[in-house]
Design a binder for this molecule. Structure first.
Ligand code: ZN
Length: 412
């Protein structure tokens, strides 16, 4: 069996123990960043972490573990608040790649064959610093690829803001143009971080450009985190985002939880969805009516027409309740989009534990992996942030298998 981790964030591999060791001798120098971490944490997790005690107190490591590890369900902001400890303790440098080396060696020792790790160019870097960073990181990875039994490839996660994404993308292209030796090592780009406010439709021009460039030189794979966190919208709109990301022509969709999660999971939850978002979804359904119909969409068009008329005249937001009608509509749309994705050979990157915790999956039978398996949609496996979620490639592999088996038992 080939162990390939195809959705993993490089620094997300750091475990609580690693962070404790890294912070032990230099946490005082990082006070400003750690204060920021503590402030952000208190905003989203309900209390302020006493980070100095991580290294002063006798049970410091367990205090750090308690704050850092995400062992229960939570939202994306809580996850980010935990991840911020990594950002505070391990700021990316264009001169020192000690942490990256430590991570890659640990992953190789775990028996992985391919480690396609996502990293980023810090937004504060100038083009010169980014160039030195890319060069230093590629040299390290290239050396480790010759030495270790595991191959590491790099994917650069771009920020959601178009101007930053384009700037970093052009730096990466320029770097590769001058260092063609690294074209096999940098395998792609990715769109990551909080999705809120950044619909896939805002990426049409940028992705078009990348795809055109891809025709002229060794293509960079285009990966896209979507449908991972959708607390600001209902499942219908969140599924539309997954579909729209797919329509951009990306190579792999990251998570796409919204497409696969059973709407029943959100029973009793109410969401206030912005007027524009909901109206966009209604328009999308009408604009794609023939396609959806062709794939078996059985929605109540009369109801949708009334809804569209109402929201074309009113600017109010939509309160989404997971009523039987709304759940049925979501299921129908998920099924149709799933069919199209299967037929068009879309690939979804599944990170079973990350998905379970961030989508707050109540029962295994609601997990999106069941839907993907049942609908025969191609998936690949990733650990996402194994240090934060306390998982390994092996544990995620078994978990994914068990969910797929569960899907077959439901089918039978
Ligand atoms: Zn991810």
């Amino acid at each position: 069996m080939l162990n390939q981790d195809l959705h993993v964030h490089l620094h997300g591999c750091l475990k609580a123990e690693d962070l404790w060791t890294i912070g032990k001798d230099n946490y005082k120098n990082q006070a400003q960043q750690l204060d920021w971490y503590a402030d952000e944490f208190s905003k989203h997790c309900g209390y302020k972490p006493d980070y100095q005690n991580y290294w002063r107190s006798e049970n410091g490591l367990s205090l750090l573990k308690k704050d850092f590890e995400m062992l229960e369900s939570g939202n994306f902001s809580q996850f980010q608040a935990k991840f911020n400890l990594i950002i505070a303790l391990c700021p990316l440098s264009f001169e020192n790649f000690y942490v990256q080396e430590k991570i890659i060696r640990q992953q190789a020792a775990s028996g992985l064959n391919l480690f396609e790790a996502r990293t980023l160019i810090p937004f504060s870097f100038t083009s010169d610093q980014a160039y030195r960073y890319l060069k230093g990181l590629c040299q390290l990875v290239s050396n480790l690829n010759s030495e270790l039994p595991m191959e590491t490839r790099l994917v650069f996660s771009l920020f959601r803001q178009n101007h930053l994404a384009l700037k970093h993308y052009l730096w990466i292209k320029d770097f590769l143009f001058h260092h063609p030796v690294y074209t096999n090592l940098i395998s792609g780009i990715d769109f990551a971080y909080d999705e809120k406010g950044f619909p896939p439709s805002s990426k049409i021009n940028l992705i078009q450009k990348i795809k055109q460039d891809n025709l002229k030189s060794k293509p960079l794979k285009i990966l896209y985190h979507v449908g991972e966190s959708f607390e600001d919208k209902g499942l219908l709109s969140a599924t539309r985002w997954v579909f729209e990301a797919f329509l951009l022509g990306v190579d792999r969709l990251g998570h796409a939880i919204a497409l696969g999660v059973d709407p029943e999971n959100y029973q009793n939850i109410k969401v206030e969805e912005a007027h524009d978002e909901y109206f966009q979804t209604l328009k999308f359904l009408f604009n794609n009516r023939n396609l959806l119909f062709e794939y078996g969409f059985t929605a109540d068009w009369q109801m949708l027409t009334e809804e569209k008329d109402f929201f074309s005249k009113n600017q109010s937001s939509k309160i989404i309740s997971y009523t039987d009608n709304y759940k049925a509509l979501c299921r129908d749309f998920q099924r149709v989009v799933g069919r199209i994705l299967k037929e068009k050979r879309a690939i979804i990157e599944c990170c079973p534990t990350s998905n379970k915790r961030l989508a707050q999956i109540k029962y295994p039978k609601f997990h999106p992996i069941l839907f993907f398996a049942k609908n025969k949609i191609s998936t690949v496996l990733g650990t996402d942030d194994p240090g934060v979620f306390c998982v390994t490639y092996e544990s995620e592999y078994s978990y994914k298998k068990s969910l797929e088996e569960l899907s077959f038992s439901f089918t039978a």
